[in-house]
Design a protein around this ligand. Structure first.
Ligand code: ZN
Ligand code: ZN
Length: 321
């Protein structure tokens, strides 16, 4: 079978959503072109500096490689957080990542929960369980990760923070937030980022139109040595996401392209909702750490988690804001 695009090389990949058969080279070019299109739509090419949040997983390699294919690598700076998970975080993994990024001309900044929060994720979990809290590791990890990534983006004066979320991640998150009825959180998943606090660096997801199987294949064809270990806390993950994922794969299987359609329709809908909703009000800031928090809160979720785990002392006699 010959590639539908170049009509020269042997096809190796069948893309169910487009109905095309592609050779390796045309497949890589197709993914890059879609990442570029999504990025130009939000003006990433005009940014002076973009912070790439890289975990060391396959998507972070694909993120760096696709962006570096059309953006000057001098404008890209990578940021990695070591969570402090025994047996999962390995030194050689970060070195592999650093080596790869440096081959693209991208500098890597290293951080850790231990260094910037004061505790490793394992420590937070140990204390949280000791206090009888029923909070998943993903809640601790996700919240602090978002905060640290934003702080890092601000520290390097980045115009944008880019994460490696793919199409599957995005549509799952949209459906979950739809089920929860969280409109404000929901519309943040649209293609154009919104800024609800002057302390937030705009977050973008250049891989949001690329299927997970495609990032996997891209990583495999490129020979990346990425982190393949599964996080040991995966068993404590909320089960809703697993159910939503299963449902979405069933729909995608019946009608290839369904995930893309859901995301594109969602973007249009979110745009309309945004135009009709008053989103101008600045988010309040946490009385303890000073970072933005949700409307109606005085203490952010992260600080609240540390207090409940007994890892942060908070005296009620702080001046009321
Ligand atoms: Zn081809
Ligand atoms: Zn706080």
């Amino acid at each position: 079978m010959i590639c539908d695009v170049c009509k020269a090389r042997e096809a190796e990949v069948y893309q169910p959503h487009s109905g095309k058969r592609l050779c390796r080279k045309c497949f890589i070019e197709d993914v890059r072109a879609r990442v570029k299109e999504e990025s130009l739509k939000i003006g990433l090419d005009k940014a002076n500096k973009i912070l790439l949040a890289v975990s060391g997983g396959k998507d972070s390699y694909v993120l760096a490689d696709t962006l570096a294919s059309f953006i000057d690598p001098q404008k890209l700076i990578a940021y990695n957080i070591t969570e402090g998970i025994h047996g999962y975080n390995r030194r050689e993994q970060i070195e592999q990542l650093r080596k790869y990024l440096s081959s693209l001309g991208i500098e890597l900044i290293e951080d850790s929960f231990k260094q910037s929060v004061g505790y490793t994720l394992d420590e937070m979990m140990k204390y949280s369980i000791g206090k009888g809290l029923n909070v998943s590791a993903c809640t601790f990890c996700g919240g602090f990760r978002r905060k640290l990534i934003n702080n890092a983006g601000r520290a390097v004066s980045a115009d944008y923070v880019a994460t490696g979320h793919n199409l599957d991640d995005e549509v799952q998150a949209i459906v979950i937030n739809l089920i929860r009825g969280d409109l404000l959180r929901l519309i943040r998943f649209a293609d154009k980022p919104i800024k609800l606090s002057s302390k937030f660096v705009l977050r973008v997801k250049p891989l949001r139109k690329v299927y997970e199987w495609e990032t996997t294949l891209y990583a495999y064809y490129s020979g990346y040595q990425f982190q393949e270990l599964e996080c040991p806390y995966i068993s404590t993950r909320p089960t809703l996401r697993a159910k939503v994922r299963e449902l979405l794969y069933m729909l995608e299987d019946k009608k290839p392209g369904t995930l893309l359609t859901i995301l594109e329709e969602f973007d249009k809908l979110a745009e309309k909702v945004r135009n009709q909703t008053q989103l101008k009000e600045e988010l309040p800031t946490c009385k303890i750490c000073g970072e933005p928090t949700s409307y109606g809160r005085e203490i952010c979720k992260n600080c609240e988690l540390l207090i409940s785990a007994g890892l942060l002392n908070y005296h009620q006699n702080l001046p009321m804001s």
